[in-house]
Ligand binder design. Structure first.
Ligand code: S3P
Length: 176
């Protein structure tokens, strides 16, 4: 039950509302390791919130910061790492996660339906890509990204009916 070299013990991917942050927290507690979240890293680097980065600098600038944050965290972090929902869109990040999975790393896709994701995300949330019609936007994001999440995943857990602790235990069973 060790990580891959110096890499994380598990990398969590999935759309907004799949429970990446809460499951990462539960998993890190089970393993007694640190957790890290690339959205938080980006906010620390930029000195402002993600919604502000989108408004001030645009999505492309955010994605550039995100690529760097993911590459840094995958290279140096040894605990549980959660990525922003759109991080897997970058070809560089896809290649990085493919290589990590190929050398035995756990890339965990937290799958979720709209009905389970919606109350977790909140319909008046501050996520920049879910403004306007959040349900429609979420479905569109998921449709475009599902093939990528599925291709990169070494483990998939459907979180709809699971508490964060239950999801974390499923992950542990699958990879330890
Ligand atoms: C995004 C998801 C967000 C955050 C940003 C963009 C996306 O993270 O990185 O708002 O493209 O799906 P969460 O998946 O944690 O909500």
């Amino acid at each position: 039950m060790s990580g891959v070299g110096n890499g994380p013990r598990a990398v969590l991917i999935g759309p907004p509302g799949s429970g990446k942050s809460t499951v990462a927290k539960a998993l890190a507690t089970l393993w007694d390791v640190e957790r890290r979240d690339t959205d938080a890293d980006i906010e620390a680097t930029a000195g402002k919130e993600i919604a502000e980065i989108f408004v001030d600098d645009g999505e492309q600038a955010f994605r550039a910061l995100e690529r760097t944050a993911v590459a840094t965290a995958v290279a140096e972090h040894v605990g549980v790492l959660s990525l922003g929902g759109g991080a897997v869109l970058a070809p560089e990040t896809q290649a990085l996660l493919e290589a990590y999975g190929a050398r035995g790393g756990a890339v965990v896709f937290l799958d979720v339906s709209l009905s389970a994701a919606a109350p977790r995300v909140g319909l008046n949330n501050a996520r920049p890509l879910l403004v306007g019609n959040p349900r429609r936007q979420w479905l569109d994001l998921m449709e475009a990204r599902r093939p990528i999440y599925e291709r990169l995943a070494t483990v998939t857990v459907l979180t709809d009916k699971l508490t964060p602790n239950q999801a974390a235990r499923e992950i542990v069973q699958a990879i330890d």
